[in-house]
Design a protein around this ligand. Sequence first.
Ligand SMILES: *Cc1c(COP(=O)(O)O)cnc(C)c1O
Length: 233
Amino acid sequence: MPHLIANLQAIRNQIAQAEAQARRPAGSVQLIAVSKTFPADNIRTLYQHGQRHFGENYIQEWHDKTHQLADCPHIIWHIIGNVQSNKSRLVAEHAHWLHTLNSEKLARRLSNQRPAHLPDLQVLIEINISGDPAKHGIAPEELPALAQAIAPLPRLNLRGLMCVASHTDNSDQLRQQFTQMHSLLAQLRPHAPQADTLSMGMSSDMNLAIECGATMVRIGSAIFGKRDYPNAA
Ligand SMILES: *Cc1c(COP(=O)(O)O)cnc(C)c1O
């Protein structure tokens, strides 16, 4: 799968360039390779080229892959899709990061279900930054109350915020949304002084997100190619 390696290298270069352009330190942006709908073999190929962080949306599909990838013990799994209550246990027991925390109820379940022998689950609160009612995440106004409820829970470490920006070419609109995320992160700090993470930017809007302070970008199609499974988001 030589295209995967070339795509990975191109994205790494693009991130390095965007960091330099934004006068941010090299390595300050973490690449999450979003592997939803793609087979475990593709993940293994990237793993063999040094990629460690992978993002998945569909809990059952992801859980199946964790079994197929037992030979890649250093993968760091990021759940970036909506988590139904009945799937929270798989996340609590097998994920490293959850980017889509959106309720106190889910947070309490995860806190109770996270095994004590594992490190804390690293969590991000998902913000519906576009205000699109079809999108997941909480409204910005709800952030202080949710942060206050989540921050004290054991076995969760509230690390920051995540968003999916509007699907648009309008860079002013995107910049406005990413900039607002950056100021919302500051609102999180009184509750979670350790919060340092902004997960924002996808294949189409990665450069702008990095310019506006993203510390994680979630890149799928630019690495793996077009998704054409029926359930592809
Ligand atoms: C699918 C997905 C991505 C990756 O999107 P691309 O446009 O393929 O880079 C990033 N974030 C979330 C939440 C996704 O669902």
